[in-house]
Design a protein around this ligand. Structure first.
Ligand SMILES: *Cc1c(COP(=O)(O)O)cnc(C)c1O
Length: 465
């Protein structure tokens, strides 16, 4: 028989502590240190698969190319073909801006090989993650008994919350002796994030999109009409706390008030915007969030944590646990206890303790530093909105509520925005992509990075003259 191993290659070569392994660790830590402390990492940009194949070639063969070559390939070819999402000039979609403490600690999460799924295995990590979740819950006005789990992203957070909501509705209906509806329905704004429709597809339920007001805010009156039309088939209403396109916060209080006449689960999708509730500058906009049955906020968006983390919080965590606990013989020892196992609160099992970087950073800097960093983005958005208004060739599409500023350039077509956007990235000035609203092309600044300056944004506006 032909052995693929080299003669003499010990099976422990990759795991034992040797000179070789210690050099590999040094190489990687040294690169990480340089990247984390660099102040001039370029914006970079994608290149074609053909170009990458030419530059990178093949790195995987039977014997390995060695850590030095592989890391050099990453540093000089692969990483420059990835846009630097924490660059102050990254203003598209929703950027990310992890703190130095959070990024550094992300290495520790890997180095410690913590299993974040169960109390049995990860009690210490779960305790710290739960401290963050409880802190957030209190900021959002939820009771001290609220709790949940950090999942991979807002899409999975919304899905897991809606699954718990439907389970709750099924349970309520069964115990009342009512028949299940033909179709279950979830009501949300027509401007809700695409992940709500995605969750509905996965769950095989229908979405009832409700038109928001001209200002983009969904209000109780409009939701009431949908509830009256669809009755008990509505298992959840989703309010958006900071839409991705505009940063608009629905009128959560007027939607929550409908709970006195209608039985539904209120889910607040705050993946991007709910972080702003930490700032006194925006807190008032979120009245009513305290009535949520579940909510999400993505620390990888505006809570300065690295990818990927979504905090999913239930008012009554038992509802999440009933919906999500997996049962299997090999898991009995976990599921037959009353201990807090994060795996039980979402559609997942094995999990990274991905809330720890945020825990370490919050513990390091304190909540006040977060309030002030979030507030600086809100102020910058307001300032650049005034600047846009003062320029005759530009027009604000809507007044910014949080830190997303959407605006149009007079007379520009879709192609004009696209050409301009490509040039900005080619020249490595900024990453600002074309967008549109109600069929009209526009562009937007999404600001979360505290190192983005007014002057940088003004320089971008100057390129639109
Ligand atoms: C980004 C976003 C999501 C999806 O979150 P992911 O982490 O990208 O899965 C959902 N809802 C809103 C409002 C968002 O901004």
């Amino acid at each position: 028989m032909d052995h693929p191993e080299r003669p003499g290659a010990a099976p422990t070569r990759m795991h034992a502590v040797t000179d070789e392994t210690s050099k590999i660790v040094d190489l990687v830590l040294d690169y990480s240190r340089r990247r984390m402390l660099s102040t001039d990492t370029p914006l970079d940009k994608p290149i074609s698969e053909f170009e990458l194949a030419r530059l990178a070639g093949r790195s995987i063969d039977e014997h390995g190319i060695g850590a030095r070559r592989a890391l050099s390939l990453f540093e000089h070819v692969l990483a420059p073909a990835c846009i630097t999402t924490d660059h102050p000039g990254y203003l598209s979609f929703i950027p990310t801006a992890p703190t130095k403490a959070a990024t550094a600690f992300d290495l520790v999460v890997s180095a410690s090989a913590v299993y974040g799924g169960s109390w049995l295995e990860g009690a210490g990590a779960v305790f710290a993650e739960n401290e963050v979740l409880t802190w957030l819950a209190r900021e959002f006005g939820l009771p001290a008994s609220a709790g949940g789990v950090f999942v991979q992203g807002g899409t999975l957070g919304n899905l897991s919350a809606l699954v718990a909501a439907r389970e709750h509705a099924r349970f309520t209906q069964r115990t009342a002796g009512n028949a299940a509806p033909d179709r279950w329905r979830v009501v949300c704004s027509a401007e809700a994030h695409s992940s709500i429709a995605s969750a509905a597809r996965v769950m095989d339920v229908d979405v009832v999109p409700v038109a928001p007001g001209d200002d983009g805010m969904l209000r109780g009156d409009a939701v009431r009409a949908a509830l009256e039309e669809h009755g008990a088939s509505v298992f959840a209403v989703v309010a958006t706390a900071g839409s991705t396109n505009f940063g608009i916060v629905d009128d959560v209080a007027s939607i929550a008030a409908l709970k006195s006449d209608h039985d539904f689960w209120l889910h607040v999708d705050g993946a991007y915007g709910l972080a702003a509730m930490l700032s006194p500058l925006a807190r008032d906009r979120f009245a009513g969030v305290e009535h949520a049955d579940s909510l999400i906020v993505d620390p990888h968006k505006w809570l300065f944590a690295p990818f990927d983390a979504c905090a999913l919080i239930y008012r009554d965590p038992e509802a999440g646990r009933r919906a999500h606990t997996q049962h299997a013989e090999y898991l009995d020892t976990l599921t037959e206890t009353s201990e807090w196992s994060p795996s039980d609160y979402a559609a997942h099992l094995t999990r990274r303790a991905r809330g720890l970087p945020l825990w370490f950073s919050l513990a390091t800097y304190g909540g006040g530093a977060y309030r002030s960093a979030i507030g600086s983005a809100i102020r910058l958005a307001a300032d650049i909105a005034r600047e846009i208004e003062s320029r005759p060739e530009l027009r604000l599409v809507r007044e910014p509520q949080l830190s997303v500023v959407v605006f149009e350039r007079d007379g520009w077509s879709r192609e004009d925005y696209a050409t301009w956007s490509t040039r900005l990235l080619d020249e490595q000035r900024a990453f600002v992509t074309p967008s549109s609203h109600a069929g009209r092309p526009n562009t937007r600044f999404a600001i979360v990075n505290p190192t983005t300056t007014f002057e940088q944004l003004v320089a971008i506006l100057d390129t639109m003259r």
